[in-house]
Write a protein that binds this ligand. Structure first.
Ligand code: SF4
Length: 312
């Protein structure tokens, strides 16, 4: 496929207009906050699980200031079982920064988006494109796979890290008009989610089939090492951390350390998980043997405790 091929753009955009899913963060009335929240949630969680969580989140915190006014532990509680809960903490920090530095609004500039906690290059580009109609290459896993097939003739992108050449190639395909480029970006993403899937691409239904290098080459197999093994969850520290957090989310009060023992058979792994949650800021030690979701209140050592002095 040639760079900036107008007929390819028209075909993909026409397919998107016919076939795209109606998602709340794509609705014309969805504001930048809705888009930003969706991008945090979608970073590592499938759309089907994000949909109800996103609706609850926006109903409870329709603007960043509403979230910023609550304790970070409430963000973790509301995050529920979406996984990778540090995203909830980062989203709460982001809401606070939006209030203190951006007048409660999601900033428009890519560099300002990129400076927010939990916002990497992909998320900044996605929010700039989808919330503000800017022209940026938006490269998630789905888009990387589609472009690898379409342009490079590869079954899967090479390597887990995005290369500068991939970004340049994605930029070369963007339509010139910013609003059209933003629509092209979401259309490529949707094609990867619905048609050009990792395991079973439906090339017969693809609007770009006539231009696809991988299809023209006879759909060669992925090179050794291009396929990443799926990650195990059962028995991992992640699962153990999830159980501890679930108990704290479900409890309205601090939980005694001994109560966690029933959650996990390996006490060493449990202690490691709890330490990790505390050091990540997801759990606060309230006393020597009770824990809670973070309140956002900086705890002071009680009078009489000998604490080391720090230089001012
Ligand atoms: S023709 Fe097949 S491999 Fe090529 S972009 Fe379309 S779905 Fe993907």
């Amino acid at each position: 496929m040639r760079s900036s091929d107008p007929s390819a753009q028209e075909q993909l955009l026409a397919w998107y207009a016919r076939s795209a899913r109606e998602l709340p963060w794509r609705h014309p009335d969805a504001g930048p906050w809705s888009v930003l929240v969706s991008e945090f949630m979608l970073q590592q969680t499938p759309v089907a699980r994000v949909l109800p969580a996103h609706a609850r989140w926006l109903a409870r915190w329709p603007v960043p200031a509403a979230l910023a006014a609550e304790a970070p532990g409430e963000a973790i509680r509301e995050w529920g079982r979406l996984g990778y809960p540090r995203r909830a903490l980062r989203l709460h920090e982001t809401a606070s920064i939006l209030v203190t530095r951006h007048n409660g609004q999601v900033p428009v500039a890519l560099a300002e988006l990129r400076a927010l906690p939990g916002v990497g290059g992909y998320t900044a580009a996605a929010v700039a494109a989808f919330a503000f109609g800017q022209r940026h290459a938006v490269l998630d896993t789905n888009v990387r796979r589609v472009l690898a097939r379409l342009v490079a003739g590869l079954a899967l992108p090479t390597g887990s890290a995005m290369s500068a050449a991939e970004i340049r190639m994605a930029e070369s395909l963007l339509p010139d008009e910013p609003a059209v480029a933003a629509r092209w970006s979401v259309a490529v993403m949707e094609l990867g989610a619905l048609v050009c899937t990792a395991a079973a691409p439906r090339c017969g239904d693809c609007p770009l089939a006539a231009r696809c290098a991988w299809l023209a080459a006879g759909r060669p197999a992925a090179a050794d090492g291009a396929r990443r093994p799926s990650q195990r969850y059962d028995g991992t520290d992640r699962q153990c951390r999830g159980r501890v957090l679930a108990m704290l989310r479900d409890s309205g009060a601090p939980v005694a350390r001994a109560a966690f023992d029933a959650l996990w058979p390996d006490p060493v792994q449990l202690a490691r998980a709890l330490d990790g949650l505390v050091s990540d800021g997801l759990v606060d030690p309230v006393t020597d043997d009770t824990y809670a979701l973070p309140s956002g209140v900086i705890r002071r050592d009680p009078p009489g405790v000998n604490v080391p002095s720090h230089p001012l």
